[in-house]
Design a protein. Structure first.
Length: 170
């Protein structure tokens, strides 16, 4: 495999842009040079490009989900004062943060308590922890609002009905 001449390089850049492969577009030339230098077969070169694109898409997906989640900055498990809220078990919260089997099964975590009990702080801290440990395989769910997590029920209720109702009371 030989590195592409300048006219082919420009064509490859256009084709990769059209195919929406931005990560491949950034690294194909350097990988092609490395493949030429080391005598890679075409399949290995193509696999390296595809692996790079997949990894970059996963990284961008995680970034996008974190931005959509709007996790408040500074809300971590390290900054949560467990002594100020003695009804919250630090051991149980740390066990939730450490394990993700229930998360992978699609289970929900519901936090109940009076105002000022740290529910939003814990929810943001757990979401932040899981996003760092689980990476792109984890969905952070609905965004956090200033009043805490938006409940799945509220999200479902905010969607338009599937059929229009015959009852027109206002």
């Amino acid at each position: 495999m030989r590195t592409a001449d300048p006219s082919n390089a420009a064509r490859i850049e256009l084709l990769l842009a059209e195919l929406r492969l931005p990560a491949v577009k950034l690294v194909w030339a350097s990988l092609a040079a490395q493949a030429d230098k080391e005598g890679w077969p075409a399949g290995r070169f193509l696999a390296a490009l595809a692996e790079h694109e997949i990894a970059e898409r996963g990284r961008r997906r995680l970034e996008r989900h974190l931005a959509e989640a709007r996790l408040p900055p500074g809300k971590t498990l390290d900054t949560f004062d467990f002594e100020a809220v003695p009804v919250v078990s630090k051991a149980q919260v740390m066990a939730l943060a450490a394990g993700d089997a229930w998360l992978n099964n699609g289970a929900n975590l519901l936090l109940f308590g009076p105002p000022g009990g740290g529910k939003s702080h814990l929810a943001a801290a757990l979401g932040s922890r899981w996003s760092k440990t689980a990476g792109a395989s984890c969905s952070l769910g609905p965004p956090i609002s200033s009043s805490g997590f938006k409940s799945p029920a509220a999200n479902w209720l905010s969607k338009p009905p599937l059929r229009s109702s015959t009852n027109t009371t206002s």
